[in-house]
Design a binder for this molecule. Structure first.
Ligand code: ADP
Ligand code: TRP
Length: 330
């Protein structure tokens, strides 16, 4: 039986952080055991905000290296760069032609800009972002899309757009489903808000050990002392520990919080740091080795692009046929 396809993308806009890791990378990598994984570096998307070509090239390699260091197997997975399959831009056009402006006016990014009185300054690229993202998903006949909770609206929009095109022209696009693991839907940052580059509260995945420890020690807590009982729920250190450590260790930490007695936030932070280091330590070495050999990373991305492009062209030909265009030139 052919496997269902899982597909996701990460923007190369900064060095990946623990929110990306637990919210998307780890679940996406795990899906390779049961699904046909298609993952890409969303470099077209990064252009909505980036203006630094050298940084874009470097960050694209960092994203690819992160997925591989986290365990993605390039022999089984199709790992590619979005812009190596420019057919996605054409599908975005077909989707744009059947999508009302009203749908895009409901997008979070647009509404946020509107609330700030900055809607007119929004670039067309940012406004169209959900259309390009829908094309990313629909171009590969994706079944499931592993993402963090913040991306759910975009996936619903992709479902809507596929529905419009299918209704107008007859079935030609597969309806995708979001895959969000509830326990990691939103990873908190060092200040307790959603971990995000835009809040400056991230912990990068592959920080050197000293820096990682420093970042963990900087997580905000309340000021309860070592001997006071503490409530684990709602504490930022414990919340992160829950996603990193095994269940018995998590239960042990919860019990020590409640007891108080000689167990302060410093102890909890040290335990969190050790759990993180046990997880990312071996990955960090692989990550550094991959980045040190950019030509090998390129080989993986190019091989992925060849596989991705074959699927993309078949799907796009289906759409072209429905709307009345000739097959793509060969
Ligand atoms: P950022 O918000 O830092 O710009 P991205 O938008 O590049 O992060 O996110 C890439 C992927 O990581 C997406 O699937 C997103 O849902 C997921 N993700 C990002 N931050 C978090 C978080 N704090 N918790 C869970 N998932 C997250
Ligand atoms: N918008 C996603 C983010 O900001 C990245 C992305 C682009 C994506 N295209 C996608 C995710 C397709 C899943 C599927 O994180």
């Amino acid at each position: 039986m052919t496997r269902k396809r899982s597909l996701s993308g990460i923007k190369p806009t900064g060095t990946p952080h623990l929110g990306n890791y637990f919210g998307m990378i780890e679940p996406a990598v795990a899906l390779q055991e049961t699904h046909d994984p298609f993952y890409f570096v969303a470099d077209y998307h990064a252009l909505t905000t980036g203006r630094d070509p050298a940084r874009l090239r470097q960050a694209s390699h960092e994203v690819a290296a992160t997925l591989l260091a986290a365990g993605l197997d390039p022999a089984r997975a199709t790992l590619f760069r979005q812009s190596d399959v420019p057919e996605v831009q054409e599908l975005a056009w077909h989707l744009a032609c059947v999508t009302g402006v009203g749908l895009l006016l409901r997008a979070h990014a647009y509404k946020d800009a509107e609330a700030k009185g900055a809607a007119n300054e929004l670039s067309m690229g940012t406004f169209n972002y959900p259309v390009l993202m829908a094309a990313d998903i629909l171009l590969y006949d994706s079944d499931v899309v592993p993402v963090g909770k913040d991306q759910l609206q975009h996936i619903e929009m992709a479902q809507d757009m596929a529905g419009h095109l299918n209704a107008l022209y007859g079935n030609c696009l597969r309806r995708p489903e979001a895959f969000v693991r509830p326990e990691v839907a939103t990873i908190v940052g060092t200040d307790g808000r959603k971990m995000s580059k835009s809040y400056n509260n991230t912990i990068e995945i592959y920080l050197p050990p000293k820096k990682l420890r420093q970042a963990v020690m900087g997580i905000k807590t309340d000021s309860k002392g070592v001997d006071e009982p503490k409530d684990p729920e709602g504490d930022n250190v414990f919340t992160l520990y829950k996603v990193v450590a095994p269940a018995d260790k998590v239960a042990e930490m919860a019990a020590r919080y409640r007891e108080g007695q000689g167990y302060g936030y410093g102890h909890a932070k040290q335990a969190l740091y050790e759990a993180l280091e046990a997880l990312v330590g071996p990955q960090r070495e692989r990550y550094a080795a991959l980045l040190a050999r950019p030509s090998e990373l390129e080989d993986v991305l190019q091989a992925g692009a060849v596989r991705a492009r074959a699927v993309a062209r078949a799907v796009l030909d289906r759409v072209r046929d429905r709307v009345g265009l000739p097959p793509l030139p060969r």
